[in-house]
Design a protein around this ligand. Structure first.
Ligand code: FMN
Length: 192
């Protein structure tokens, strides 16, 4: 088996929440499979907002070097596989995750006169999410389908292809991650 570099990104503030539980399991399984794992929790980091200066589209890197985004960007560039865990907030990613995408803009893709050119091609991702709306309504009414569209937009434009997504619904009633979801995470880690 090929040993890969995995970057696990936790986008929820809640340490014992649904997405962090899924991510912890994914990290454990990845280590068992012999991969090298780096874990970052966005809420523990100092990340300023994207100012929209657009310099990064020319240079490939954010002009602001005085916060933790420099380190996150290097970790993303260094990883073979990114496992992103983020709960559904208003049918979207939490603001801290959206801001990470914004700050990664020019590192991830180059603007051209036609389609954007990916700068992170060859990497792959797994996406873990959760929401309080039960399935299938979360998919039908844009909750999990909404967050998956946004996450796919960032990764696809960056050239990062999807290994798979795991979404838990009905989390205000079902407080534990169902075994079916752990099994799916196990299968996805096996595909790395
Ligand atoms: C600010 C906020 C916005 C939310 N928006 C949605 C939403 O649009 N749809 C939904 O089904 N659940 C929504 N939820 C519920 C969370 O997605 C749900 O509680 C999830 O399980 C939290 O994941 P965590 O335990 O990993 O933090 C929201 C929760 C918060 C705090």
């Amino acid at each position: 088996m090929d040993k890969k570099k995995i970057l696990a990104i936790q986008g929820s503030f809640r340490n014992n929440g649904i997405t962090s539980t899924m991510l912890d399991y994914a990290v454990e399984e990845s280590k068992k499979a012999g991969h090298e794992v780096q874990y970052i929790k966005l809420h523990d980091m100092n990340i300023g907002y994207c100012k929209g200066c657009r310099k990064c589209f020319e240079t490939g890197e954010c002009v602001f070097k005085d916060d933790d985004m420099t380190q996150i960007s290097e970790s993303i560039k260094d990883a073979d596989v990114i496992i992103l865990a983020a709960p559904v907030y208003w049918a979207n990613v939490p603001a801290i995750v959206k801001n990470m995408f914004d700050r990664m803009s020019g590192t991830s893709m180059e603007e051209t006169n036609t389609f954007p050119k990916p700068r992170l091609s060859g990497k792959r991702y797994i996406f873990l999410t959760a929401c309080s709306t039960p399935m299938p309504f979360a998919e039908i009414f844009g909750q999990t389908s909404g967050i998956k569209r946004v996450v796919k937009e960032y990764f696809k434009t960056s050239g990062i292809s999807c290994i798979g997504t795991v979404a838990c619904g009905n989390t205000s009633k079902c407080r534990d991650v169902p075994n079916t979801k752990f099994n799916k995470i196990h299968r996805l880690i096996g595909k790395i």
